[in-house]
Design a protein around this ligand. Structure first.
Ligand code: LLP
Length: 393
C-alpha cells in the first residue's frame, strides 16, 4: 500500500520507474540477520537479484557477504565496500579473465561447478603464485518444486557437479597445489515456499559432507545456497519472510560439526518486497471480448510475468477501490511489439483511465536487473522512498 504522500510524489514524476521502499528493505535485512545470528549462520547476498547501488549500500552496511556470478558483480561488491573475505564467486561459466580478476581481488572462495574448472583455476592461480579457496558445487538431485526455469538442483540441470564425478573431484583437489578445499556448495532453485525442500536438501548435504570427511577432505564451509520464496500474492500483509522458520529447518536437520560454518546465499527473500514497478496507463482499449490497459512499462522493465508466467500483484493506485467503484477485467499489457508483452490477463481493477498510476508489486528481485534495451527503450529509472513517506504496512 502506498501513502498519499508517495502517490502525490509519483504523480509529479515521469514513468515508468522502480520505487524502492528503503525502510522495508532495512527491516527485512534486520529480520534476516537477527534470525541467522541465533544459530551463527552466515548470510551472503546474491547480487544477481538486484545490484542497484542503493540496495547494495544498504546490504553492505548491514554486514552481509556477497555472492557474485560474474566478474562485474565481484567488482561491484568490492566497489560497494563488501569485505573481500566475504565475497564468493559462483557460476557455471567463469571466464579466465573473470577468474584472474577475482584472484587479484583475493576473494574468499570460488564455488566450482566442474572438474575442468578446478583445473583452470589451479593453473591460473599457479601463474600468479596464489592459492585459490574453492567450494565444490554439488548437484544434490533434490527437487525444488518450483517453476522449471528456476529449478537448478536436478541431474538434468547444467549446474553443479554430479555425485558420480566426486571421486575425480577429490583426486583433482589432492593433486592441485594451488587450490585449497574450503567446503561444499548447493543451491536447488529459487522461489521455494515449501520448507520440506530445504529439509530434503539438509539430509543430502549431511550424506555428502560425511563422504568428503571419509576421503580425508575436511569440510569447513557448508554453503546451502538461497532460494527462499516470497509471497507475491500478499505484498502488504506478508512483506517480510519467515526467516526464523527457514533457518530453523537448517538448525534442525543439518549436521554441523564443531568448527564448521554454515553459509546462505539469499537473493529474492531480501529484496523482492522492497520495490514496485510504477507505470502509467497510456491507453484504455475496450474491445468486444477484452479490455486492455496499455501501460508505459512492459517486458523491457519487468520480464518475470512473460518469462516465467510469474504472478505479480497489480494495483491502480490512482483509484483506491471502494464499494461503489465499478470493477473491470483488464488484460494489462506493455508497449513492446510482442504478443507476450502482457503482465496478466483478466486483472480486476477499478475502471481505469489514461494517466492512472499502476503499481506492479514485489518487483525488487530480478526486476530492474533483468531490464533490457529491446525496442531501444530507455533504461528504467529508480526512485527511492524518503523518511517522511513511511509507507502504510
Ligand atoms: N545461489 C545460487 C547459486 C543461485 O543460482 C541463486 C539464484 C541464488 C543463490 C539466489 O537465489 P534466491 O535466494 O534469489 O532464490 N530470475 C529468476 C530467478 C533466478 C534465480 C537464479 N539463481 C526469477 O526471476 O524468478
Amino acid at each position: 500500500m502506498f501513502s498519499t504522500a508517495s502517490i502525490a510524489r509519483f504523480n509529479q514524476l515521469e514513468t515508468p520507474f522502480y520505487y524502492y521502499n528503503l525502510q522495508l528493505l532495512q527491516q527485512t535485512l534486520e529480520a534476516c540477520l537477527q534470525a541467522a545470528r541465533q544459530h551463527q549462520f552466515h548470510v551472503h547476498y546474491a547480487l544477481k537479484a538486484n545490484f542497484n547501488s542503493k540496495v547494495l549500500q544498504a546490504i553492505q552496511a548491514a554486514g552481509m557477504g556477497a555472492d557474485c556470478v560474474s566478474g562485474n558483480e565481484v567488482k561491484a561488491a568490492i566497489a560497494h565496500g563488501f569485505d573481500k573475505g566475504k565475497v564468493v564467486f559462483a557460476g557455471v561459466g567463469k571466464s579466465d579473465r573473470e577468474i584472474n580478476a577475482a584472484l587479484d581481488a583475493d576473494i574468499f572462495c570460488f564455488n566450482v561447478e566442474s572438474v575442468q574448472e578446478l583445473e583452470v583455476i589451479n593453473e591460473l592461480a599457479a601463474a600468479k603464485d596464489k592459492t585459490a579457496q574453492v567450494a565444490i558445487r554439488i548437484n544434490p538431485n533434490v527437487d525444488a518444486h518450483t517453476h522449471h526455469y528456476i529449478t537448478t538442483g536436478l541431474e538434468e540441470n547444467k549446474f553443479g557437479i554430479n555425485t558420480w564425478q566426486l571421486d575425480e573431484v577429490v583426486a583433482t583437489l589432492k593433486t592441485s597445489a594451488n587450490l585449497k578445499f574450503a567446503g561444499l556448495h548447493f543451491h536447488v532453485g529459487s522461489q521455494i515456499t515449501n520448507l520440506e525442500v530445504f529439509k530434503n536438501l539438509c539430509l543430502r548435504v549431511n550424506e555428502l559432507s560425511e563422504w568428503f570427511e571419509q576421503q580425508q577432505m575436511p569440510v569447513r564451509v557448508l554453503n546451502v545456497g538461497g532460494g527462499l520464496g516470497v509471497d507475491y500474492y500478499q505484498p502488504d500483509t506478508n512483506n517480510i519472510c519467515d526467516f526464523e522458520g527457514y533457518f530453523n529447518v537448517f538448525k534442525q536437520y543439518l549436521k554441523v560439526k564443531a568448527g564448521q560454518e554454515v553459509h546462505f546465499e539469499l537473493g529474492r527473500a531480501l529484496v523482492a518486497q522492497s520495490a514496485s514497478l510504477i507505470s502509467r496507463v497510456l491507453y484504455v482499449k475496450n474491445g468486444r471480448k477484452k479490455n486492455f490497459l496499455v501501460l508505459d512499462a512492459g517486458m523491457t522493465e519487468l520480464i518475470r510475468p512473460m518469462l516465467y508466467q510469474a504472478y505479480h500483484h497489480i494495483e491502480n493506485i490512482s483509484r483506491q477501490q471502494n464499494e461503489d467503484t465499478a470493477t473491470v477485467n483488464y488484460d494489462v499489457v506493455g508497449p513492446i511489439c510482442e504478443s507476450t508483452d502482457c503482465f496478466r490477463t483478466g486483472v480486476a481493477l477499478p475502471q481505469s483511465k489514461r494517466g492512472d498510476l499502476i503499481a506492479v508489486r514485489t518487483a525488487g528481485a530480478y526486476g530492474e536487473v533483468m531490464a533490457s534495451g529491446y525496442n531501444l527503450r530507455d533504461h528504467v529509472q529508480s526512485v527511492y522512498s524518503v523518511e517522511q513517506e513511511q509507507e502504510v504496512m
